[in-house]
Design a protein around this ligand. Sequence first.
Ligand SMILES: [Fe+2]
Length: 311
Amino acid sequence: MSFIDGRIDGEKIFEGRVFPKILLPSKACEGNLIEIVKTEREKLEKMLKEHGAILFRGFDVRSAEDFSSVVEAFGHEEFPYQGPADRTKLADRVYTTNAVPLDVMISFHHEMAMIKEFPRRIMFFCMQPSPEGGETSIIPSNIIVEKMEEALPQVVEKFVEGGIFFVLHTKATYNKNGRVVWQRMLKTTDKIQGEKRAKEMLSCNTVKFNSDGTADFTFGPMNPVREFNGKRVMFNRILGYNTGERDAYVAFKDGRPIPLEATKVIERIYEDNCVDISWEKGDVLLVDNLTVQHARRPGKHPRIVLVSLSD
Ligand SMILES: [Fe+2]
């Protein structure tokens, strides 16, 4: 056996399975994750399907290039990122994570869930854990549906029947701390070209360029409850985010926002059922993007967590 089971604080059991699955190197394998992935690929795929997320801890992965080789060893096609986050390529298939300021929480989501096509898998790699906070938090998305159907059946019904709108508001000026402008997001300064790209590449339904340089992108209506791998998941973001630099809100099809009391219940469901991964240097986290959501807790510099998306 190339690996042994590990444990982390706060791990959870859902449907009789530990979440997430933690794998540590056995003495025999000398921590070479690339070789293990190559030889145990099928077993790891099955494990990912069953558990939704696997954390590889204690293996010898040190650089963006090492991480790139681990990603490659899984043998899946690369999935190109499209979306509002500003990412820098550091190695083949390896990018920086979202540059939103570290003191801000990035709320739970499936990667690229608003867009027509989305990656099936996300891999994260920790080069430098935050000195405080900065955890990546994960939650099985089918548990959100289950708990919401118990606590807020009418809200889920409304989601499924009419769908939701997701509105993203971009600011007028860019700074590298995460402020997003439409020109950078759409990689053009031409509004006609920008609108075309927003609709074609981001599956955005309406685009409004405002005279003050800001813009509003509306997605939907879309039913956020989808089915993947036999599980009903809350695929689209149902909680907005507000970083102070970039805003988004979610509304029912009639344009009315989700009531505050319901939002509070939803937030509670997330907090009660998520698992915070307190990063250790060299950690690699493999997440099934179809069934598990992720978020980033506020942290402190320096924190270096890299990402790779694949099909
Ligand atoms: Fe993300």
